[in-house]
Design a binder for this molecule. Sequence first.
Ligand code: 8ID
Ligand code: ZN
Length: 349
Amino acid sequence: KIPSEQWAAVVEKTGGPVVYKRIPVKQPGPDEVLINVKFSGVCHTDLHAMMGDWPLATKLPLVGGHEGAGVVVARGDLVKDIEIGDHAGIKWLNGSCLNCSYCNVADEPLCTKAQLSGYTVDGSFQQYAIAKAAHVARIPKECDLEAIAPILCAGITVYKGLKESGAKAGESVAIVGAGGGLGSLACQYAKAMGFKIIAIDAGAEKKDMCMKLGADTFVDFTTSKDLVSEVKAASNDGQGPHAVLLVAVTEKPFQQATQYVRSRGVVVCIGLPADAKLSAPVFDTVIRMINIKGSYVGNRADTAEAIEFYRRGLINAPFKTVGLSQLQDVFKLMKEGKIAGRYVVDTSK
Ligand code: 8ID
Ligand code: ZN
């Protein structure tokens, strides 16, 4: 039975804090499903949203969250291809028009009418969340809802980013911010995809985690005397990694990456630090044929593929679970850069 009220974590004003309170449960529209969210991962994007870091306004009040794993409990009249009781995931892309020139070629993240979970529409930091049926992630019944939650944004995003890098099995990939949520999953996907991994982050805890997750080398950006040389030295032939996956939340590594990527290498920007700019010398970029690009979540096929890696047992990144009521504490740790891996919140407490 679906209750009329539920627990949720609500951002009432930009800057926060997030308030744990009772709010009404909404009904899904004709093309939507209502999901009883059991677990939700906490992404740095949720913190950016609360802090108003980006040049795009959120709805207010806002229920954040876009890594929600749960059970379909209601569906609109037009929904025929997902059943009550099925396991499904709320991801960043809550819905898109499905009929524009981007949606038509499976670039739905680029749809100008896209709705974003936990940003332009309420997301998964509540017990009952709504999404367009066409876009919810289909989660196989055998998958653990708690462990799969971080795949729904972090997993999809880094998997897509690695594909966008064009790197081939055996080539080196630098993961910048490897000890965080996206980074820890990037280590696992990169390993499963056959890349040699140069993990860059800070501190012993994140180093141990990255090495366990399959990194070949760890470079500590806070203690390294010459990060550019160290990263190049760790690559296959000393010329630098074929690809750099930037999942850090500060500007500096975005400026630094073109210095150590190999000639003809690809720098993939994924992290979204506030007010950050990219800059690289035109001369080097030209004569070394460097590619700099952005990568933004993934489409529905990327979603299914990223979940399939998890289902096959290839992805096993660490996470810690706390109650949804403790979300503000998670944000505090995240701000301080103290989270190795991902936090997941349990919506039942
Ligand atoms: O589709 C997308 N492009 C997308 C999807 C999901 C998330 C983008 N994001 C963005 C988020 O909005 C955020 O800006 O990716 C970024 C990373 O999200 P996250 O993994 O959830 O954040 P985190 O867990 O806080 O990890 C960040 C890590 O970066 C490290 C930190 O130590 C932390 O482990 N880091 C920093 I800050 N500066 C670094 C540096 N100079 C660094 N690592 C290496 N070098
Ligand atoms: Zn995210």
